[in-house]
Design a binder for this molecule. Structure first.
Ligand SMILES: [Zn+2]
Length: 258
């Protein structure tokens, strides 16, 4: 049976570990130290590495892991990923070595220019590893892309089935929900979710994975077409905004300064 657990790294990163029998696969290993400690403790062998984008806090641990385990490294075709052995683009599918999980690839530029997501449609429940593009109740900053690209990328993720488990790269959920409540103060689902997630953090538990269904009801960056979100964005901007991309751009810059 496949289990998926977070290995915490740095201040708020999660390196996702997929393990089955004695084999483990890691997603976005920004730091090798906590991965090696976990594998040694549990007697695991590394079978593969998956990368979603090139930022150091997601790929910085790859060289040290490869020095110990010379395994395949899957990563976006359009970015520089240390040790990459398989360059991936949207529409491609892989079977992850060691755990036999089938994943397909989506291009989701915006946070970085070549960012990809890995979608497991045949896993029950379906799942997605989306790096720093979609966060629980939030989204990544636009370092290399445009608001239009990010809206399109978030639209692809939002179109996944409601029960899809969302495995993202950081524990930002409570701060994101505080912002979500500022955008949509009348959305009761946001307040309920904040109470639920706060209780998890108080017990030292991760708030992830979330689900696409939860994100669709509480994440303002997936809700730029909703009249409530548009109204809040226009009020913040002090002018009318023409369509979801303009609404997205306004709430993204609002969040940057929140
Ligand atoms: Zn990043």
């Amino acid at each position: 049976m496949l289990t998926i657990i977070p290995i915490p790294a740095f201040a708020d990163n999660y390196i996702w570990l997929l393990r089955q029998a004695g084999m483990g696969v890691v997603v976005d290993p920004g730091d090798a130290g906590p991965v090696i400690a976990h594998f040694d403790r549990d007697g695991l062998q590394l079978a593969a590495i998956l990368a979603t984008h090139h930022h150091g806090d997601h790929v910085g641990g790859i060289p040290a892991l490869l020095a110990r385990w010379p395994v395949p490294v899957f990563g976006p075709a359009q970015e520089t990923i240390p040790g990459r052995t398989r360059a991936l683009r949207e529409g491609e599918a892989i079977t992850v070595p060691g755990i036999e999980l089938e994943l397909s690839v989506l291009d989701i530029p915006g946070h970085t220019a070549g960012h990809i997501a890995y979608v497991g449609r045949s896993h029950a429940p379906p799942l997605v590893f989306c790096g720093d593009t979609l966060f629980a109740a939030g989204c990544g900053r636009l370092f290399e892309g445009t608001p239009g690209q990010m809206v399109a990328s978030l639209g692809k993720l939002s179109a996944l089935p409601d029960e899809t488990q969302v495995y993202c790269g950081h524990e930002y959920t409570l701060a994101n929900l505080r912002f979500a409540a500022a955008v949509e103060p009348a959305n009761v689902s946001i307040g309920e979710r904040h109470r639920r997630e706060k209780a998890k953090r108080e017990r030292g538990l991760p708030t992830l994975p979330s689900t696409i269904g939860e994100e669709r009801t509480t994440n303002p960056f997936l809700r730029t077409g909703e009249p409530t979100v548009r109204f809040a964005a226009e009020k913040h901007a002090g002018r009318p905004l023409d369509g979801p991309v303009a609404v997205f751009a306004e709430i993204r810059s609002w969040k940057n300064a929140f």
